[in-house]
Design a protein around this ligand. Structure first.
Ligand code: COA
Length: 168
């Protein structure tokens, strides 16, 4: 098992990670526009990409406060490699990297409601206040849950969250 951090995914890795099913994130019906991730953490088993976590850096606004975050997205494990703890292992490594190598105060992700308990089991907190995201059509409230994970001692403040861009 090997984990690599890259700026690009090869076509072969993309196919392996995202080509194993239709609508693998279960979100196509929402017709949302998503932001490209900047870094790709890929876990390989026997040389083949099996699990992936994408990241980007940004700041979000809560009230008058700007909060630096590490956006986490495109979390996926190939269909035939699921339920072996790979996503959990890779997420833990990415969070360690974010704590050690970025200025971000929080991890920040979007997920489908059934996955909230999965992330809560790793310390992520569900945001109860609305999260406003941008789309080409304008600003809208995120139709899916957003979650945060403290990377420092900071506490997430209450209040509406303004993303200022596409979600990830
Ligand atoms: C979610 C996902 C990344 C987990 O990958 P994984 O390597 O199998 O994860 P782990 O083995 O570390 O943990 C498995 C846990 O995922 C959670 N999980 C996965 N799919 C789930 C679903 N459809 N509903 C609820 N929980 C789910 C469960 O908590 C599961 O724990 P269990 O095995 O005790 O039931 C994988 O199922 C996947 O790629 N799904 C499709 C893409 C997706 O939805 N990604 C999440 C975007 S936020």
């Amino acid at each position: 098992m090997q984990i690599r951090k890259t700026r690009m995914l090869s076509e072969q890795d993309e196919e392996s990670l995202f080509g194993w099913g239709k609508d693998i994130f279960g979100m196509e019906s929402l017709k949302l526009e998503w932001r490209q991730k900047v870094l790709h953490f890929t876990l390989y088993i026997e040389g083949r990409a099996a699990s992936h976590v994408g990241t980007l850096s940004d700041t979000v606004t809560v009230g008058s406060q700007k909060i630096s975050i590490c956006g986490i997205g495109a979390v996926v494990t190939r269909g035939d490699a699921q339920k072996r703890g790979l996503a959990r292992k890779l997420l833990a490594q990415v969070i360690n990297w974010a704590k050690e190598s970025t200025e971000a105060e929080f991890g920040f992700l979007f997920c489908r409601p059934p996955l909230v308990p999965f992330y809560e089991s790793m310390g992520w907190q569900l945001l109860k206040d609305p999260v406003l995201i941008e789309q080409s059509s304008g600003r809208m409230e995120s139709p899916i849950p957003a979650m945060v994970l403290p990377l420092t001692e900071a506490k997430w403040p209450p209040g509406e969250v303004i993303l200022g861009g596409l979600p990830w």
